[in-house]
Structures are given as C-alpha cells and as structure tokens.
Write a protein that binds this ligand. Structure first.
Ligand code: HEM
Length: 411
C-alpha cells in the first residue's frame, strides 16, 4: 500500500467500517489519515466488528482526557489493551487495576524513579551513554536500534532491577516476549501458552533474586522495593509475573523507540536538525517533542463500569473504550501545527504520550532524563548521523516499535 492509496482508502471507506485496530496500519506507518478523518467526522467512533470485538475509538485530545480522569467509570481492571487477556493465562499488574490496590502497589515502586534516585543515577547514565557512543563505528552502516537504543535501555533496566550485568539481554528478550503479538511471524513466541511458559521462566529467575533481596537490608532497586513492602512482598505468582512484565516493558520499549524515533524525526526535518546543532540548549524541549512525535504507546484501553456519555455518544456498561494517543497527539484543537516536528515548541510537555490521571506514566521523568542525556552526548560527538535505509517497524497496535534502523556516522 502506498501513501496515496491509503489516503484514498481512508476517505472512501464508509465511516462505520473504519477499524483502526489492524496492527498492519502501524507496521506500515499509514494510520494517520484514518485518525484525521475520525477526529473530523466522528471523534468518538464505534467499531462494530474487529479482530478484538466491538470497541469505541476515542480520538480527540479532550475526550481522551475525559476518559483518563474518570477512572470511576472507565476502569483499568484486568485489561489495558484492546486485546483481551488470554483466557486462563491472565496476569494481573497494577497498571491493570483500579484503586485502592493500584495506588498501593504504584507507591511501592515510585521511589525507584523518583527525583532523588534520578539525581543519583544521572552520572552513571551519562558515563554509559558516552561509552556506547564512543564505541560506534565511523564511516560504516550499523543498526542504531541494536547498538544504541536497545543497549542503553537494557543497561537501564539492569540497573533498575540490579540484574546480573552479563545476562542483561535476557531482560530485553523478556520485554519482547511480553509485548509480542503471537500472530506475527517476527514474534519470539507463537502462542499464548508459549508466551506464558517464557514469562514463567522470567518470573522464576527474577523471583530468585527477589527472595535473596528480601533477606538483605532494603536498597533502591525495584526487586528490593517489591520484596520489602507489605503491599507487594507476598504477591500471588501471576500478579508477581504481571508486575515484573509491566516494569520491564514500561522502562524498555517505550524509551528504546523514542531513542530511535527521535533520530528519524531529525533526519526527516533537516531544518530542525540544524536548529539543534546551532543551539543544543533546545534539547530538553526537543525531548518532549520527540516523545509526542513518536507516541511510543499507541493506545490504552478502559472498560466502562457503568453507562456514560462521551463526546455526545452513549457508552454502555461493559463497552471497550480505546484511547488512541497517536491521534490525541495530532489533534490540532489541542496542539498547534501537530503534523510538524518542531523542537522549540512552546509548552512541549502538553502531549499525551505518558497518559494522564492516576495511571500517568510513573517513569516519565526517567525516560526524559535518558533521552536528554543521549542527545547531549550525541551532540558533543556527532553533529550528523545519517539514515541509510528504511526502518523496520513492529506489527503491533499497542507499542510503536522500531526493530531496526540502518545509520552511518560520517568518517
Ligand atoms: C518515553 C517513554 C515512556 C512512555 C511514552 C510511557 C508511556 C506510558 C503510558 C501511556 C502509560 C499509561 C498511562 C495511562 O494509562 O494513563 C504508562 C504507565 C506506566 N509506565 Fe511508562 N512510559 C515510558 C517510560 C517508562 C519508564 C522509563 C518506566 C520505568 C520504570 C515506565 C513505567 C511505567 C509504569 C510502571 C506504568 C504504570 C503506571 C500506573 O498504572 O500507575 N514507563 N507509561
């Protein structure tokens, strides 16, 4: 499908038939015109039939905010993606819970990514980032995703979990397993049963470290924090598995894809790249613009606990309500000139990539810190990094993933 065909299709298809849940739309990066049309013609849109059953699409910034702040009606309990959890293989985690349990468990891990821990980690992140960048080849093509984005975020995960350093790519593998769409040929696992079996191995490996940490004085890593809190020290196996999965994916894929997507955005907008070279003090604002532009989490889903009205539509108890962040972040009523990447926007943190309300991303400041340091260190070394070919994207309607990106640093 080329872009012109997609645009025509998006205009030609009957409004009722628009289904934005097809993961191929995101793998091919062709979803934009569908959302532009929905925002204009039917901002709260009911899709009767899809691979995931019927669902509502919420596409405008202000309506997404309505859902985010009203967790009494729009529940996260059990499911936060359009795909329902596999029957019999469910795994609970605090992102998929409502208060009060959500609040208790979130509080346990928050200090790991809170201001004082971040201040303690900044030097370490900078030193590692510099080392990775110094080791990159010049004058030859290499994969930015593997050499930079995955390496840096995996190191961060290993630090957050205080995981054995040499085995850290296991964490990357498990993260890929958690988000895998088992129907995709590129998926590391090919059935929900296989996924569950791999995540059982993950839970056993991390569970062993958790038991050891429980015997030691509390420390500032996630396992130690979980092991020393009343709210989380005795979690049932599936809930422990779910929370580990959340913490691994939360801090991994999202930041990884922002690291890659930012480089792509700069190359696609040479005037912005030039602006950055002329004034590196723009980096903090640019980081927020990158996170908006990339929108690493494509959607979050809620389930209506009671009948409600949203954007003039009648939502029924039990309905699936999907908040498309990729659309809210391109809503011209909320974000001026949203289809342009502008590194010195006024109010750059206004985007909705981190969600909002009680589930707003707990790691948002850590993600911003990692990206800020990356770009500060890049600009000290490499004024230009060129893109040498097409990015390969992930088959997913949930995580906006980039699997590889060939780049070259001029010799
Ligand atoms: C650019 C990077 C990141 C993006 C775009 C992102 C995005 C999100 C989104 C959209 C949510 C759900 C918000 C909602 O439902 O309203 C979320 C929640 C969460 N994120 Fe992030 N995230 C990022 C980085 C991180 C990092 C570095 C961590 C670190 C550990 C993290 C951990 C979590 C956790 C634990 C939750 C669940 C919060 C809750 O339910 O209360 N994320 N994130």
């Amino acid at each position: 499908m080329n872009d012109i065909m997609v645009l025509k299709d998006a205009h030609r298809v009957a409004l009722d038939d628009i289904d934005v849940s097809d993961p191929k739309l995101y793998q091919d990066d062709v979803y934009y015109p569908y959302f532009a049309r929905l925002r204009r013609e039917d901002p709260v849109h009911y899709c009767r039939q899809s691979l995931y059953g019927p669902y509502w699409s919420v596409t405008k910034y202000k309506d997404i905010m309505q859902v985010e702040i009203n967790h009494q009606v729009y529940s996260s309990d059990l499911a936060i993606s359009i795909l329902d959890p596999p029957k019999g293989l469910e795994r609970q985690s605090f992102i998929a819970m409502d208060p009060p349990k959500h609040d208790e468990q979130r509080l346990v891990v928050s200090p790991a990514v809170g201001p004082s821990n971040l201040a303690n980690m900044e030097g370490l992140i900078r030193e590692r980032t510099g080392r990775i960048l110094d080791g990159l080849p010049r004058g030859e093509t290499f994969d930015w995703v593997d050499r930079v984005s995955i390496e840096l975020t995996t190191m961060m995960l290993a630090t957050l979990f205080d995981y054995p350093w040499d085995d850290r790519r296991q964490l990357t593998y498990w993260s890929d397993v958690v988000i895998a769409d088992v129907r995709s040929p590129e998926s590391p696992v090919h059935s929900e049963e296989e996924k569950f079996a791999e995540l059982t191995k993950m839970t056993q490996a991390l569970g062993k470290l958790f038991q050891e940490r429980a015997q030691l004085p509390p420390k500032f890593d996630l396992l130690s924090m979980l092991a020393h809190s009343n709210a989380t020290r005795n979690l049932p196996f599936r809930e422990f598995m779910g929370n580990l999965s959340l913490l691994i994916v939360g801090g991994n894929d999202t930041t990884r894809n922002s690291m890659t997507g930012g480089l792509m955005a700069l190359n696609e907008h040479p005037q912005e790249y030039r602006k950055l070279r002329d004034d590196p003090s723009l980096i903090p604002g640019m980081v927020s613009e990158i996170i908006r532009w990339v929108t690493p989490v494509i959607h979050m889903r809620r389930t209506a606990k009671e009948d409600a009205e949203l954007g003039g539509k009648q939502i029924r108890k039990g309905d699936k309500v999907v908040m498309w962040y990729v659309s809210g972040n391109r809503d011209p009523e909320a974000i001026p000139d949203p289809d342009n990447f502008i590194i010195d926007r006024p109010r750059p943190r206004q985007h909705m990539s981190f969600g909002y309300g009680i589930h707003r991303c707990v790691g948002n400041r850590l993600a911003e810190l990692q990206l800020r340091i990356l770009w500060e260190e890049v600009m000290q070394r490499y004024p230009v990094i060129e893109i040498m070919g097409e990015a390969k994207r992930t088959y997913s309607n949930f995580i906006h993933g980039i699997r590889s990106l060939p780049v070259r640093i001029p010799a």
